[in-house]
Design a binder for this molecule. Structure first.
Ligand SMILES: [Zn+2]
Ligand SMILES: [Zn+2]
Length: 660
């Protein structure tokens, strides 16, 4: 009988590919889920066998023959395979690319699924379980009752309220049940700290999965989780595809964090996939945050998620006090107001630490000519080059282009080029002049690239008594600085006015995350916020009434404007060196059959209209129900694919986008 292999191949094309089985193969060895090596155009590719068919739309004379079968049994367990199929369908991405992204690189390259023995670090546990307060105990008990049932919990607790302690107790219950646990964290810089804390508590094998590992280490961890040898896996976004022998709980820490959403190629949201995985596997999932996403709060409101509130800070710690500094009337020196500088003096003199938060790395965002007004711009993007010292260069933060700093103006030849605006390097220089005897530690992407760099900096910070920590949002995320009593937000305004409808939500989350670094131990904290808009309504509400009021107000606004979570969005993104091509492609997509229930907006130039020399346009589509949007996308995609090929436009679809 005629047999043809239907394969998912790692190409962007959203379809399966038919091949004849390798010659002299026993048909019993054809098993769904194994890897198969095949010729593809001028290359060879490794794909996954998805279907065995007895007919093909391709004439049998044109069918190519597969080269070899690489496995004797399926590589991915059924549940991960099912999750991948669901994700490919929901995000409308090529199944081949989705399945391959679920595999460690060595398996993608055709390596056999065996690894050298790896120490999984089941060593010195010395930490004991802390006594829980009433709210923590209630949360642990509730999670425990959901064992082996699908339920989504939103663990909503202010920073310092002891969420991690709840995780640890919940995990202990799952371990007693001989099940495994997956913990997702947003940032690679956070994993070592989290792992240390878990290893100190549990004398069992715990593994980390993140992009800082070697390919060998990743494969070893992947296999150990699959065989049940490790009990806890802690990882970033892509760890959601880890196979487990017996998974019993997923924890998503800092669930509001946007780094759970992949921003290129396969644009999935790891938190949303985690919920789907728990649903398919019938086990509980805990989403934790001090500043939950509006999506999760809305799901609590609709009764889909159960909220677990931790209202108090654990131990003696109290919530910080907020002071708003009006930059319009204040005496300002290099971006720092007199009041902030004075307060820093006081806190440092008491032997405490201060954090200054500025979400802009480099020395100055602009280099300009005082004579003619010329500004150094990136040649390939519609943006300024950022001026960096140490090393001295101009750097585009969008396309990574670098060039030496010119001595003279490129337009008029004048020699007086000036940096304009404030970046972390410039602020560091100012602080060294103002506080010559205080250690100043800068934490941003420029000085944390090296593996282990962030751990070294954190160690250095915790060894100091008085110190000034200065950094971008890297500093805001989860790190524990018990000596910090003052947090200064140097510029709160950059996020107050943005065209992205999610900007206020993100501003509030970031501000509270930074503020949460203050006064985590016995010392109470102060947060000083510099702004030119001290009367901004949302800012006032956030500071005076707290995140709950703030988020409720934002939800009301979203409902009135018909925005998510009250509607569902997808963005067609198109890029081309030719501006018209990208625009025309999206205009043509918009003309395809758009039902009444779908609103299509655009095409409009992206926020950064030109990046790496490519012109970028967006077409936004919106529906009041998920199903309507999904049906529309399904019906329109094959046509869109044809249009794009005809116009040779690079394009992508982003379902549930988090960045506009
Ligand atoms: Zn000039
Ligand atoms: Zn650039």
């Amino acid at each position: 009988m005629f047999v043809c292999l239907r394969l998912a191949l790692p190409t962007p094309v959203r379809r399966l590919f038919d091949y004849l089985p390798p010659q002299h193969i026993d048909n019993n060895n054809l098993i769904i889920g194994i890897r198969v090596k095949v010729p593809f155009r001028s290359r060879t590719l490794i794909g996954i066998l998805v279907e065995i068919a007895h007919a093909s739309t391709v004439p049998s004379t044109k069918l190519k023959t597969a080269i070899e079968l690489l496995d004797s049994k399926p590589l991915l367990p059924k549940d991960v395979y099912r999750l991948c199929c669901w994700a490919a369908d929901y995000y409308h991405h090529s199944l081949g690319e989705v399945l391959m992204s679920a595999l460690p690189a060595l398996l993608r390259k055709g390596r056999r699924p065996v690894a050298r023995e790896m120490p999984m670090g089941s060593t010195a546990a010395g930490d004991t379980f802390r006594t829980l307060n009433i709210a923590q105990q209630a949360a642990v008990t509730t999670i425990h009752t959901a064992q082996n049932h699908f339920r989504v919990f939103l663990l909503n607790g202010v920073t310092g309220s002891g969420k991690t302690e709840v995780y640890l107790h919940a995990i202990a219950n799952i371990l007693n049940n001989k099940q495994q646990i997956l913990v997702l964290v947003p940032e690679i810089s956070l994993t070592p700290q989290v792992i240390e804390r878990f290893r100190a508590r549990f004398a069992i094998p715990i593994a980390a999965l993140h992009s800082g590992l070697s390919e060998q280490e990743r494969l070893a961890t992947w296999l150990a989780a699959k065989s049940g040898m490790v009990s806890i896996v802690i990882g970033t976004r892509s760890a959601i595809f880890t196979p487990f022998a017996n998974l019993g709980l997923i924890i998503v820490d800092e669930e509001h964090d946007n780094s759970f959403k992949q921003q290129d190629r396969f644009r999935y949201h790891a938190r949303d996939l985690a919920i789907m995985r728990a649903n398919m596997g019938r086990f509980p999932i805990v989403l934790g945050s001090a500043t939950p996403s509006l999506e999760s709060l809305y799901n609590v409101k609709r009764g889909r998620y159960q909220v677990l509130l931790l209202p108090d800070r654990a131990g003696e710690a109290t919530l910080p006090r907020y002071v708003v500094l009006d930059l319009r009337s204040a005496l300002v020196k290099q971006g720092l107001s007199r009041d902030l500088l004075d307060a820093m003096q006081v806190h440092l003199r008491q032997g405490n630490q201060v954090i200054l938060f500025l979400n802009r790395r480099g020395f100055a965002p602009v280099l300009y000519c005082v004579q003619c007004g010329w500004v150094a711009e990136c040649k390939r993007c519609d943006t300024n080059m950022v001026f960096h010292r140490e090393p001295c260069k101009l750097h585009c933060h969008h396309c990574d282009a670098r060039c030496p700093v010119p001595d003279t103006c490129m337009q008029c030849g004048y020699t007086g080029l000036q940096p304009l605006g404030l970046g972390t390097q410039r602020l560091e220089q100012t602080l060294m002049a103002c506080f010559p005897h205080v250690p100043i530690i800068r934490v941003d992407r420029d000085n944390t690239r090296r593996k282990g760099a962030i751990q070294d900096l954190l160690k250095k910070i915790n060894q100091q008594k008085q110190a000034i920590l200065l950094g971008t949002q890297m500093l805001a995320k989860g790190h524990h600085f018990p000596r910090v009593t003052l947090v200064g937000i140097v510029d709160a305004d950059s996020s107050l006015f943005s065209t992205d409808f999610r900007a206020p939500e993100q501003m509030g989350q970031l501000l509270l995350q930074v503020a949460g670094r203050a006064g985590r131990a016995e010392r109470s904290g102060t947060v000083m916020i510099q702004t030119r808009y001290p009367d901004h309504a949302l800012l006032k509400m956030l500071l005076h009434q707290g995140y709950q009021h703030f988020s409720t107000a934002l939800l009301v606004e979203r409902e009135q404007m018909g925005l998510p979570p009250y509607s569902y969005l997808a963005i067609f993104r198109a890029e081309s060196y030719c501006e018209e091509r990208a625009h025309h492609f999206l205009a043509a997509v918009k003309k395809l059959n758009v039902p009444h229930a779908i609103t299509a907006l655009g095409p409009v130039p992206a926020l950064l209209a030109r990046r790496k020399g490519l012109h970028c346009f967006h077409l936004l589509v919106k529906a009041s129900h998920r199903g309507i949007l999904q049906n529309y996308l399904k019906s329109v995609l094959p046509e869109a694919e044809k249009l794009a090929t005809r116009r040779s436009v690079k394009w992508a679809l982003d379902v549930d986008p988090v960045e506009m």
